[in-house]
Design a protein around this ligand. Structure first.
Ligand code: ADP
Ligand code: MG
Length: 394
């Protein structure tokens, strides 16, 4: 978008403003802040900015208005932000028409329109009619072919926003041309979420460190008892395949050698450190153990680049946060290039006050995993090779 002729033009910007809410209040505005540079650049160039995003999963138009997002955006941008009465339609078109250079109009929640997730051509053309140019900056939604992320890109001269561009360059560099050794740390709830990345990075990385509930599928695949731990049953055969692939690969796949266990899934649970990995009945593995955390931290410290996705344990509960904190601190202190992706891993970094100490904190959970796996992102493909869809203006 840096070279796009935006002066005086109406620019439809698809941002990812899908922030978490509690009782109608924004609990974390990271995504709004991440969207600001693109909007600020457009305003500086006297564009008329029309922003659109989805917010949660509304069941009707009475739910999940963009109003709180509008208020927060206006505060960060220090310019008034008008909230449109809908996503498309006559009144929205009139509001877009009234917009002056340097002003911002925020459309309502794109999921108020059924055509959004269906990538309906009618909705896409309704959106295209509002603007002269389209900028996609919504990396977090780029793995979905929706009307605001994909359909509309075919109807207007289209460009990549600054956030989308940076996300693509950070993640593709890790995948295609990493500083070595490349150490990948994978944790979180389910093997099935991460199996694509695991298999892909067995061919790319030098070391993969596995933690989180996901490791219990691996232990079961090896016939190790997991007690009452959270085990994704369908993950067991996936883990078996990954272990077989690891045998053939030059990459080292490391699993925990000790654990922290609790007698219930609760912050008040009785907590024990287990020197091995065989979890007794009545207990569940809730964190990697201190030996494992130390070994993982050492690997991270020696890395040329690090990719971390997924917490090492149930870090939301303080008695089981040490493993995730140890990895987070090691990533923050690592001399190599560090990239963190995944909603809960990002939340863990923020909770530990370490989010400023990594080189790149990806805003896209699912999108970052799909890109790392090597899948095409429809929202990116629609922009074309050079970040434009090949159309000239006019
Ligand atoms: P991300 O969003 O970073 O990709 P996931 O969504 O895959 O991560 O997984 C994060 C969740 O997994 C967290 O809520 C965490 O509490 C949970 N979790 C991690 N390890 C365990 C465990 N051993 N037992 C139960 N839950 C766990
Ligand atoms: Mg998550």
């Amino acid at each position: 978008m840096r070279e796009a002729p935006v002066e005086g033009k109406r620019v439809l910007v698809r941002a990812d403003l899908n922030v978490p809410l509690a009782d109608g209040r924004i609990t974390d505005d990271t995504r709004i802040r991440a969207a600001l540079p693109t909007v600020e650049l457009l305003l500086k160039q006297d564009a008329r900015v029309i922003l659109v995003s989805h917010l949660g999963r509304p069941k009707s138009r009475d739910e999940l208005s963009m109003r709180p997002v509008r208020d927060r955006l206006a505060r960060h941008l220090s310019v008034p932000v008008e909230l449109a009465p809908g996503v498309v339609g006559e009144e929205v078109a009139a509001a877009a028409e009234r917009l002056e250079p340097g002003q911002v109009l925020l459309l309502e929640n794109s999921r108020w329109e059924e055509g959004e997730t269906a990538n309906d051509p009618g909705l896409a053309s309704g959106l295209a009619e509002l603007a002269d140019l389209y900028v996609n900056d919504a990396f977090g939604a780029a793995h979905r072919a929706h009307a605001t992320t994909e359909g509309v890109a075919h109807l207007l001269p289209s460009y990549a926003g600054l956030l989308l561009e940076r996300e693509l360059s950070e993640l593709t560099a890790l995948r295609d041309d990493p500083e070595r050794p490349l150490v990948v740390v994978l944790g979180g709830a389910k093997v099935s979420d991460k199996v694509g990345v695991l298999e892909r990075f067995l061919e790319i990385a030098d070391t993969i460190l596995v933690g989180g509930a996901m490791c219990f599928s691996f232990f079961r695949a090896r016939g190790v008892g997991t007690g009452d731990s959270l085990v994704e049953e369908e993950g067991i055969s996936l883990a078996e395949n990954v272990l077989e692939a690891a045998e053939r690969s030059d990459c080292d796949l490391l699993l925990p050698t000790d654990l922290v266990i609790g007698d219930s899934f609760s912050a008040d649970a009785e907590r024990k450190e287990l020197s091995g990995i065989e979890v007794p009945d009545g207990w569940m593995g809730l964190d990697i153990g201190p030996q494992t955390a130390k070994r993982y931290a050492e690997a991270i410290a020696g890395a040329g680049s690090v990719l971390w996705n997924g917490p090492m344990g149930a870090f939301e509960m303080e008695p089981f946060a040490a493993g995730t904190r140890g990895v987070a601190e090691a990533v923050a202190a690592a001399p190599g290039h560090t990239v963190v992706g995944g909603g809960d891993s990002a939340a863990a970094l923020v909770a530990f006050g370490l989010d400023q100490d990594v080189d790149w904190l990806s805003t896209g959970g699912g999108a970052s995993l799909e890109l790392l796996e090597g899948k095409e992102l429809p929202g990116v493909t629609a922009l074309g090779q050079d970040g434009t869809n090949g159309r000239d203006e006019g």
